[in-house]
Design a protein around this ligand. Structure first.
Ligand SMILES: [Zn+2]
Length: 302
């Protein structure tokens, strides 16, 4: 039985192949993606099983490149009642794109996904959480292209903007209000770190993860977890990468499945779309102006 039945958390997945790694073009050029073994269905189907056993629905941020090649996989995720959101088309970091390139990549992915499901796409997550200070302009475009929320801005020095708000909130963009669902972070000796997914979750003992989610839930804050489809496929090929990239990608992969199973058993999870529906008037949802830092944000809370 979940520990906190009254607080809903978000379960999210980035659906991409094992070779969709940002910033490693010299080691793994996108031009050879086509020649590599595709294993995206292996990890994704394991996640679908893990969720269906527990009757849990999640938000799947699907890469357009994958959706174009595996429309049946997208249909399967959608038909099982999960939310389909976009992870962009080509898996490029946003801060390395021009606004025009970003818009084109986003639109392409939305069109592919919408053509498969027949439904509007509501959310976006950037590859490698790459919406930060220098790329906040992207939030204006996300809103302009008709999306309701973003789940890319990470309140951590390690990969995002340490001054960003560490809980779901709303940002006033040039084109209207956009909901922001950052991955959950906790205070560590290394500063704020995202802990509900990827390599940090794989390294942390489960009791710490559980304690930190409990802390959030006691404050009536939802945790936002995140899982990559390839993390559930521990036998995917091992390739040589710069050591930091290799560490982040491969460390403790074998622990991922067990930790997520325990997390799903201990807490209550829904899609981000459902969180938006149920928590719209929650006190933790604050509204700030785009580009304001945490200090200013506290003054600007509406
Ligand atoms: Zn990704």
């Amino acid at each position: 039985m979940p520990l906190n039945t009254d607080v809903l958390n978000a379960f999210t997945v980035d659906v991409e192949d094992w070779y969709h790694i940002c910033g490693v073009e010299k080691f793994l050029s996108p031009s050879i993606w086509k020649s590599l073994e595709s294993r995206v269905t292996i990890g994704t189907e394991k996640i679908l099983d893990m969720l269906s056993k527990r009757h849990i629905k999640g938000t799947f941020f699907i890469l357009g490149y994958i959706a174009e090649r595996y429309p049946e996989l997208v249909k399967k995720i959608f038909n099982e009642g999960h939310e389909i959101s976009t992870h962009g088309y080509r898996h490029q970091t946003v801060y390395n794109l021009t606004p025009e390139e970003f818009r084109e990549d986003l639109k392409k992915s939305i069109n592919i996904l919408k053509n498969i499901t027949g439904e509007d796409i509501l959310g976006y997550r950037a590859p490698e959480w790459s919406i930060k200070k220098e790329s906040y302009w992207a939030l204006n475009i996300i809103k302009e292209e008709g999306l309701l929320y973003d789940s890319s801005v990470t309140p951590s020095w390690i990969i995002g903007d340490p001054e960003a708000l560490p809980f779901p909130h709303q940002i006033e963009t040039e084109n209207g209000t956009l909901n922001i669902f950052p991955p959950s972070t906790f205070k560590s000796i290394m500063g704020q770190l995202p802990f509900t997914g990827s390599w940090i979750m794989r390294l942390l003992p489960y009791n710490i993860i559980k304690k930190e989610v409990e802390k959030l839930n006691k404050l009536k804050m939802p945790a936002v977890s995140y899982l990559h489809s390839w993390e559930m496929d521990i036998h995917h090929p091992k390739i040589k990468l710069p050591w930091t990239k290799e560490f982040v990608h491969y460390v403790n992969l074998k622990e991922c499945e067990d930790k997520f199973n325990r997390l799903l058993d201990d807490f209550k999870f829904v899609t981000i779309k459902d969180l938006l529906k149920y928590n719209h008037n929650s006190s933790y949802i604050k509204k700030i102006k785009l580009g304001s830092n945490n200090k200013e944000a506290n003054l600007l809370l509406i």
